[in-house]
Write a protein that binds this ligand. Structure first.
Ligand code: GLA
Length: 405
């Protein structure tokens, strides 16, 4: 009896000890994909506090905040130097009021502030990285009032990704401030297989490039068009869910692609339950860009509480059909025309047998009739009792929400 009590004690101690070796996450953060803005795609290293404050202002005045956008994320190049004790400080010329004042300003608008660092010795932009300073950096971010950390992977020769991201995750957790950890390791060591208890989202690919279908070669690395990034998501949907998302990178909507391409890009990111982090200049948006980014019916597909990514149901002659299970038995169905000319749709629901390949969802259109709503035209179409007939322009989508009648 006595022995078994001692044994139980030892086991309990061992359990708590091993639990403390695990990275820890704040509960209930990012139960739906994050929505916000990030400075990199438009401003790269050319940032300052004015740019960040303006982004916050325009996020409110454009209606984006009301549509659900929340994070204002500063990317690379905000850094000044470390002091003698090793604490990092902001670049005083670019951020003369200081990071704390900037966080206060962003918070005063009802928004949250994100910042950027790197697991290596230097960031990709050559600024001080966090390697060896993880706990100090996390403390500083918490002190400033930061809510989100994007943590990059440049200059990390010979270090282990899971180990490095575990260290920063634990350092953030220790501060007691709920800070989102956004893993930016470009999918190199398959973070979807190990990061679920470490971060809240992980990049699945290299950088996005502002084009529909291209590879931009930078010598020893490439950035990728929207269609290339979409194809690289293949096989990853089973790893994502509330609090742990696949991140196919920040969006290029409003950065120069044509309107249909922007619409298709936005729709597919919504279907993928991807972070909706915009990368355009919010102070220079035209009405079309605002209308795309604030389409609440498409955003609702992205923010669906079930957090299930879409799967590719069919691909034929440049026309793809993507399907996403939604709450209450609803479904999102998106037809994506990747071809350079029109594609017609002739979709007889009753002939289709939709079955989720990874999770237990399926439809039976002969038994159940759904109302069909066009998420871009904002109007009801004929129900699933009737054949869906339509035509889609090149590089555009027809996106629908099916609701049980
Ligand atoms: C990497 C990241 C980008 C961006 C830059 C900043 O390339 O993948 O998203 O953060 O670094 O230097």
């Amino acid at each position: 009896m006595k022995n078994s009590m001692v044994m139980l004690r030892i086991l309990t101690i061992l359990f708590f000890f091993s639990a403390s070796l695990q990275a820890q996450k704040f509960e209930n953060l990012l139960q739906t994909p994050p929505m916000g803005w990030n400075s990199w795609n438009t401003f790269a290293c050319d940032i300052n506090e004015e740019v960040i404050r303006e982004a916050a202002d325009y996020m409110v005045s454009s209606g984006m905040k009301a549509a659900g956008y929340e994070y204002i994320n500063i990317d690379d190049c905000w850094h000044g130097e470390r002091d003698e004790q090793g604490f990092i400080h902001e670049d005083k010329e670019k951020f003369p009021s200081g990071m704390k004042a900037l966080a206060d300003y962003v918070h005063s608008k009802g928004l949250k502030l994100g910042i950027y660092s790197d697991a290596g010795t230097e960031t990709c932009g050559g600024k001080p990285g966090s390697r060896g300073y993880e706990y100090q950096d996390a403390l500083m971010y918490a002190k400033w009032g930061v809510d989100y950390l994007k943590y990059d992977w440049c200059n990390t020769e010979n270090i282990n990704a899971k180990g490095a991201y575990t260290t920063i995750s634990k350092a953030l957790y220790k501060t007691g401030r709920p800070i989102v950890l956004s893993i930016c390791e470009w999918g190199e060591s398959k973070p979807w297989e190990w990061a679920q208890d470490i971060g809240y989202l992980w990049r699945t690919t290299g950088d996005i490039y502002n084009c529909w279908d291209c590879e931009e070669n930078h010598g020893d690395w490439s950035s990728w068009g929207v269609m290339q990034i979409l194809d690289m998501q293949d096989g990853l949907r089973k790893y994502a869910g509330p609090g742990h998302w696949n991140d196919p990178d920040m969006m290029e909507v409003g950065n120069g692609m044509c309107t249909s391409e922007d619409r298709a890009h936005f729709t597919m990111w919504a279907m993928l339950a991807a972070p909706l982090i915009t990368g355009n200049d919010l102070s220079k948006m035209n009405q079309e860009t605002i209308d795309i980014l604030t389409n609440e019916e498409v955003i609702a597909v992205n923010q669906d509480q079930m957090g299930v990514q879409a799967f590719k149901y069919r691909s034929e002659d440049g026309l793809e059909t993507w399907i996403k299970p939604l709450e209450n038995g609803d479904w999102a169905v998106t037809f994506l025309n990747r071809a350079d000319d029109d594609r017609s749709i002739n979709f007889d629901w009753k002939e289709e047998n939709i079955k989720d390949p990874n999770f237990d969802y399926s439809t039976d259109f002969s038994e159940i009739t759904y109302a069909v709503r066009d998420l871009w035209k904002h109007k009801e179409l004929r129900s699933t009792k009737r054949v869906l007939k339509s035509s889609i322009a090149p590089h555009d989508v027809l996106s629908l929400r099916l609701t049980k009648n």
